[in-house]
Design a protein around this ligand. Structure first.
Ligand code: ADP
Ligand code: MG
Ligand code: ZN
Length: 480
């Protein structure tokens, strides 16, 4: 009889913060938008005589994340040097947080395997700097330092997850929350979110955890889950055969569907952590935490609940989530929260069709929530018709700008002048005597053709509803 085991998983997540500049210097935090090694300076290259300065925006986003994840925020924090030698680390050390992280002991709620709500304990949330990027090409390794020292946040759970499924739900939810709050874009394909899962098994009821293996940087959350499930089986096979497991880092081969050893795990003291001598401890003032709490929008869960209570259906919510558009929607409809559903429908119908037709995801498009809101307001007030609205949106999506000026430049703002509309109707009716006669004779379908002529006369800038009403008024009833 084989032993029954219990699975334990703990997850470490790194995310790149959505700041304008790097963690400790004023280089732009846009590593992929400029040619390699064009976003560097003496500070992020660690040249002698340069001094780092903490990026307050990074602190603010970290604080935001700590609050969103229900962490205790440490009032005094500091940074340590984590020393190691690797080509992706020009300085020979990474500035990170060790003793006193920004946040501790938070949680994120998921649905556990037993179907009940489960609070996944977050042990720590800290800030650090990212490493350079290594590009292996033509038998050589190239180093791009644009990413060196860009702001990075690490979020570590307690070993409380019970399966690959729970781990997958946790990282998906975490990603959604961070994107919702504008903390990170978390685009996996760009490495803006990187996940490591630690897995162990132990005989059921045992009060000590088994030897763990770590699964490195998974390309997708489903890969992470497969790798965890694979490791759980492998551990059991090793133990059942009387073998022992070694603590090591594993990679995942998605083609073969198996894990493989990458390297043995270094111990924490190998890093020779010591307080960063060039940075004084920072104080996270309680007043700052308080202010940040008040400006923090309602939580991700509260927002989903609000959308449901306003009658938005699950398929729509699913579409918004899939497109990472919940934060966008919340910002766009901030001034008119009771009209959120209207904005949501427009977003889904008209913006997501642009996502498809352009191939550019919403978070890479030029369209801002404010510009989208302005365009919707113009549509709702009748200053743009449906066609004009879609044209404005298309330009906003591809090129950015403001709805009003784009609509004006493209001559799309609706003719609101009743006299001009009436004049156009009179002109068209005079030119369409035969059609008018048909209509009067009882062939009412001809009305639509006349309407088309009026809209054409107005260069399609008429508000269809208003023009239709005025036309019907002038046409009158058929004689028959
Ligand atoms: P390290 O410093 O080596 O990264 P930590 O103690 O910080 O190790 O733990 C890293 C992650 O591994 C955490 O998410 C933690 O919950 C998880 N973890 C630690 N021990 C185990 C274990 N035996 N089984 C599963 N996960 C574990
Ligand atoms: Mg670790
Ligand atoms: Zn720099």
């Amino acid at each position: 009889m084989s032993t029954e085991y219990e699975t334990t998983v703990g997850v470490e997540v790194h995310v790149e913060l959505l700041t304008r500049t790097k963690m400790f210097c004023s280089c732009l935090n846009a590593p992929q938008d400029v040619p390699p090694n064009h976003a560097t300076c003496p500070v992020c290259l660690g040249l002698p005589g340069s001094l780092p300065v903490i990026n307050k925006e990074a602190l603010r986003l970290g604080l935001r994340a700590a609050l969103a994840l229900n962490c205790q925020v440490n009032e005094v924090i500091w940074f340590e040097r984590k020393n190691y030698i690797y080509p992706d680390l020009v300085k020979g050390y990474q500035i990170s947080q060790y003793e006193q992280p920004l946040g501790e002991w938070g949680y994120l709620t998921i649905t556990g395997d037993d179907g009940n709500e489960k609070k996944v304990t977050i042990r720590r949330l800290h800030l650090e700097e990212d490493t350079s990027k290594l590009i292996h090409a033509d038998g050589a390794t190239l180093v791009d330092n644009n990413r060196a020292s860009t702001p990075l946040m690490e979020i570590v759970t307690e070993p409380v997850l019970r399966s690959g499924r729970e781990a997958e739900e946790y990282v998906r939810k975490l990603r959604a929350v961070l994107v919702y709050y504008g903390i990170s874009r978390c685009r996996l394909q760009r490495g803006e979110m990187r996940v490591e899962a630690n897995v162990s098994i132990a005989p059921k009821g045992s009060d000590t955890l088994g030897t763990r293996t770590e699964i490195k940087n998974q390309a997708g959350f489903n890969h992470m889950r497969s790798a965890i499930e694979y490791e759980v089986k492998r551990h059991a096979e090793v133990l059942d055969a009387g073998g022992t497991l070694t603590q090591q880092t594993m990679g995942w081969d998605d083609v073969k569907g198996c894990t493989y050893p990458q390297r043995s795990k270094e111990n924490a003291h190998d890093y020779r952590y010591f307080p960063e001598p060039d940075l004084p401890p920072a104080r996270i003032a309680p007043e700052w935490v308080k202010t940040e709490k008040t400006v923090l929008p309602c939580s991700y869960e509260e927002y989903l609940a609000a959308l449901r209570s306003q009658g938005l259906g699950e398929p729509d919510i699913e579409a918004l989530s899939r497109n990472d558009a919940l934060g966008f929607l919340r910002e766009a409809s901030e001034a008119e929260p009771d009209k959120t559903v209207l904005y949501a429908k427009r977003l889904i119908k008209d913006v997501f069709s642009l996502v498809n037709s352009t191939g550019v995801p919403l978070d890479e498009a030029k369209l801002t929530p404010a510009a989208f809101r302005d365009a919707v307001v113009m549509l709702e007030s009748g200053r743009l018709n449906g066609e004009g609205f879609r044209k404005v949106l298309d330009t906003l999506y591809r090129e950015g700008g403001e709805a009003e000026s784009i609509a004006a430049a493209a001559d799309l703002i609706i003719e609101k002048n009743d006299d001009a509309v009436r004049e156009a109707i009179t002109k068209v009716l005079a030119e369409s005597a035969a059609m008018v006669a048909e209509y009067k004779g009882g062939k009412v379908a001809v009305r639509n053709a006349i309407f088309g002529r009026v809209m054409k006369e107005l260069k399609k800038k008429g508000d269809p509803k208003a023009v239709g009403a005025m036309l019907d008024e002038q046409l009158g009833q058929p004689d028959a």
